[in-house]
Design a protein. Sequence first.
Length: 480
Amino acid sequence: MEDIATAAVEAALAAGAGYADARVMEIRSESMDARNGVIESLDREERAGVGVRALVGSSWGFFAVPDVGSTAARRAGERATAVARASALVAGKDLALTPQPPATGHWDSDCREDPWSVSLAEKGDLLVGVTTAMREHGADLAEASHRIWDTRKWFVSSEGTKVDQHIVECGAAMSATAVGENETQRRSYPGIRGQYGTRGWELIRELDLPANAPRIAEEARALLTADVCPSRDATDLILGSEQMALQIHESVGHATELDRILGWEAAFAGTSWLELGKLGSLRFGSELMNITADATLPGALGSFGYDDEGTPAHPVDIVRDGIWVGALSGRDSAALAGIATSGGAVRADGFDRIPMVRMTNVGLQPGSDSLQSMISATDDGILMDTNRSWSIDDRRLNFQFGCEIGWEIKGGKRGRLLKNPTYTAISPKFWGSLDMLGGSDEWTFWGTPNCGKGQPMQVGHTGHPAVPARFRGIRVGVTG
């Protein structure tokens, strides 16, 4: 496959490209869904092809073919250059790329139990079993699913980079919905989207869906008779790590994507409130806020060996001691912004999509507290967890989130159950109110397998290491 990618690059250069790279990909996927004790769907897909980028002057060209033959690869290289040349007819400054030494190597994600070796019967029995258990414990609607992705990539660039990698991703989800009079309540496990990582079937075994199925069904039923979250203009808010993962994703991850900051990407609530001139000086949050983008974390969903520009994975500081210090970037966006090296955060959803800036593992570094110590230190507040809804403006500045479940905190103790909890804030003020963080033993690498970006839309797999956290003076119980 390396020879196929090389042929595509050579054809692009021969057609006049100043730089070119090619990705040959083979992708297998499997998904299974169950509802109320019955398997409702099973999908398996295999696809392969080559995608080529060519740079001519100010413009990229991209062309892909669902064919891994050498003739098709050369044709893709020629067509990519033709697209770039046509685009460059619009006057513009030549596009630069940050310097990068040629890389060579192979990378495999950690996979202790090959998910393809687990029989469909065993997988089906698991999902049928947990949905049946949820129904027996009070759920009117019980759903469960698993997903597997198996991706092989070969990347070659005109600068001499030749790398390949094999990435196995796996995960599962389940939810229980209880129906009451004029309302429904849902509880999800491990989170609203489940839990996913660059691991094998062992991840799903560790989630222990059967042991948690009765609990989430009973919680969904209990929420029907719980008190509604009270409305308060300012209170102490404690968020569990699953909700923190989405908070990071929406208000930090997307806001620090350099293509959004530069104005290149404005689809799907694009752009950002951050300004390049304030990089290194802007206070994003309190001194407890330390965010990194790290594609080297073992088992996390946003991990890989090389991004889709061939940049080796490496950690990047995004926020340090509350100050905005870095961005998610690629070679072209970093060069335009005056950043010395690429952040290694460029990926594509398959061979037939052009690579773009995507989150890797954008996560909050742990502190020295714990969820229990936060509760004990809170005289009057609310604990919320597991996302139910979210809304954020196109600058990633003003947001409102709803959670599946909440608890009132009084005198340092967890009190009554609360339903329909919500909170709203402005990003820098919200993060500036952060005053307690869970420790390393509560650090969870949450995986988000459905991050949408771009037109045509690309679905990215991202990771978000998170811990429980406390924020002061937050508006909660928002109803409109």
